[in-house]
Write a protein that binds this ligand. Structure first.
Ligand code: KG4
Ligand code: ZN
Length: 362
C-alpha cells in the first residue's frame, strides 16, 4: 500500500515527513474571484483558514472581471493573512513555509498571491512553492477525517475545468478525459445566466432545480453514446436556450428546466466516472472542484458507489469551491518532500497537471 503523505496531518506512522518538516505552512489562493488563506501544519492538520469572496464585486457584470479581481486581491490579501495567523494563534515568524497558487487561473490575480507569498518567503527566509490549483482541488478530500488512499480516479469539476484524472500517487496524474469546450461549472454559469439567474450561476441554478421536476424537460447526456472520457457541455447550454425561449418562461418552468439541466450534467458526469473506474480498474472515486458542491451530484454518486461497490470521497462543501486550505495542504506536502522553488515570481495561466513532479512516498 502506498503511504499517503497527506496523513502527515494526523498519523505518527508518517513521521518520515513530519521529522523533516513540521512547521506551519501558509497557503494563499488567488487564482480567480476568491482570496483564500490558510495555515496547515504537518502533524497537526489545518490550524485556520479564511476566505473572502468577490461575488458582490462581479455580480453587476454577470461574470468575473479580471482587472477588478486582481485589484481586490491586492486590497484583501494581507488583512486576510493577518486574520488567519491570528486565528491560528501564530506570528509570521512561526511559519515554516509559504505556498501559493501559481496557476492555472487569471494571470493578474495569480500574480497578486505569488508576489505576496514570494515577498513573505524572502523576508522571512522561508522555503516557498507555487501550487497547481487543480492539484489543490484534487487533494482537498485529504483534509477530511477518512482520506482516500491512491490509486483513485478524481473527477475535477470547476468553473474552468472538467477532468477525469487517474491518481496513482501525489504528482502522478494521468488525465483520462478533459472538456472539449465549456467546463461543467461554466455550463452551469452560462445556463443560469440565459435564464436570468444571478452570478455565480452554479449555486443559483442548483437552488432553482430543487423546486423543479427533473422529468419535465429531458436534455441529452453529451458524448455518452460513444466511447471515451472527454466531456462537451456547450451543446447542452444551447438545448436549454431553445427550450427556454420556446417556453412560457414562468417561475415553475425555470425551475423545471434547471432541474432537467442539472440532472443531465449529473448523469453525464456519473456515466463517465463509472467508465473511468472500469477503464483503470480502480475502486475509489474523488470528486472535487466547485461543482463538487452540487448536492444532487454528491447524492447520486454516493448512491451509485454504494450500489456498485466503489467508494466516493468529497471534500466538505466549503473546500469544494476555491479556498486557501487546499493550497496550504498541497504546498505542505511538496515542501515536506523538499520541492521548494527559487525566488522568482512565476505564474502559469495555463498549466497541465501531467507535468507536475511526483512526490515520493514515505
Ligand atoms: O473550483 P471553483 O470554486 O473555481 C474554479 O476553479 O473555477 O468552481 C467554481 C464553479 C463555478 O462555475 C460555480 O458556478 C460552480 O463551481 N458551482 C456549482 C455549485 N457551487 C459552485 N455548480 C453547481 N452546483 C453548485 N452547488
Ligand atoms: Zn478552483
Amino acid at each position: 500500500m502506498v503511504n499517503w503523505p497527506a496523513e502527515i496531518g494526523r498519523a505518527a506512522k508518517y513521521n518520515v515527513y513530519m521529522s523533516k518538516f513540521s512547521k506551519p505552512v501558509l497557503g494563499i489562493e488567488s487564482s480567480c474571484d476568491e482570496t483564500g488563506v490558510a495555515v496547515y501544519q504537518p502533524g497537526r492538520g489545518l490550524l485556520a483558514h479564511a476566505l473572502y469572496s468577490q461575488v458582490k464585486l462581479h455580480a453587476d457584470y454577470g461574470g468575473v472581471v479580471p482587472e477588478l479581481a486582481s485589484r481586490d486581491h491586492v486590497r484583501k490579501l494581507l488583512p486576510l493573512v493577518r486574520e488567519t495567523l491570528d486565528r491560528a494563534g501564530l506570528g509570521m515568524r512561526d511559519l515554516g513555509g509559504v505556498a501559493y497558487t501559481a496557476g492555472p487561473g487569471l494571470v493578474g490575480a495569480l500574480l497578486v498571491g505569488a508576489s505576496a507569498a514570494r515577498a513573505m518567503a524572502w523576508a522571512l527566509d522561508l522555503p516557498a512553492i507555487g501550487v497547481h490549483h487543480m492539484e489543490g482541488h484534487l487533494l482537498a478530500p485529504l483534509l477530511e477525517p477518512d482520506p482516500p488512499q491512491p490509486p483513485f480516479v478524481a473527477l475535477l469539476v470547476s468553473g474552468g475545468h472538467s477532468m477525469l484524472v487517474a491518481v496513482r500517487g501525489i504528482g502522478d496524474y494521468e488525465v483520462l478525459g478533459d472538456t472539449l469546450d465549456d467546463a461543467a461549472g461554466e455550463a452551469f454559469d452560462k445556463t443560469a445566466k440565459l435564464m436570468g439567474l444571478p452570478y455565480p450561476g452554479g449555486p443559483a441554478l442548483a437552488a432553482e432545480a430543487l423546486k423543479g421536476d427533473p422529468g419535465a424537460f429531458h436534455f441529452s447526456r453529451p458524448m455518452t453514446d460513444r466511447p471515451g472520457l472527454d466531456f462537451s457541455f456547450s451543446g447542452l447550454k444551447t438545448q436549454v436556450l431553445l427550450a427556454w425561449n420556446k417556453s412560457d418562461r414562468s417561475e415553475q418552468t425555470r425551475a423545471d428546466v434547471a432541474s432537467g439541466f442539472e440532472q443531465a450534467i449529473v448523469e453525464t458526469l456519473a456515466i463517465k466516472c463509472r467508465r473511468a473506474l472500469e477503464a483503470t480498474g480502480m475502486s475509489r472515486l474523488v470528486i472535487a472542484g466547485g461543482v463538487g458542491a452540487n448536492r444532487r451530484l454528491r447524492a447520486q454518486l454516493a448512491e451509485a458507489g454504494e450500489r456498485e461497490g466503489f467508494s466516493v470521497h468529497f471534500p466538505r462543501l466549503e473546500f469544494c469551491t476555491d479556498n486557501g486550505a487546499m493550497i496550504a495542504l498541497a504546498g505542505a506536502i511538496r515542501l515536506a518532500a523538499g520541492q521548494e522553488q527559487g525566488p522568482q515570481i512565476r505564474v502559469q495561466p495555463r498549466w497541465s497537471l501531467e507535468t507536475l513532479e511526483p512526490v515520493p512516498t514515505a
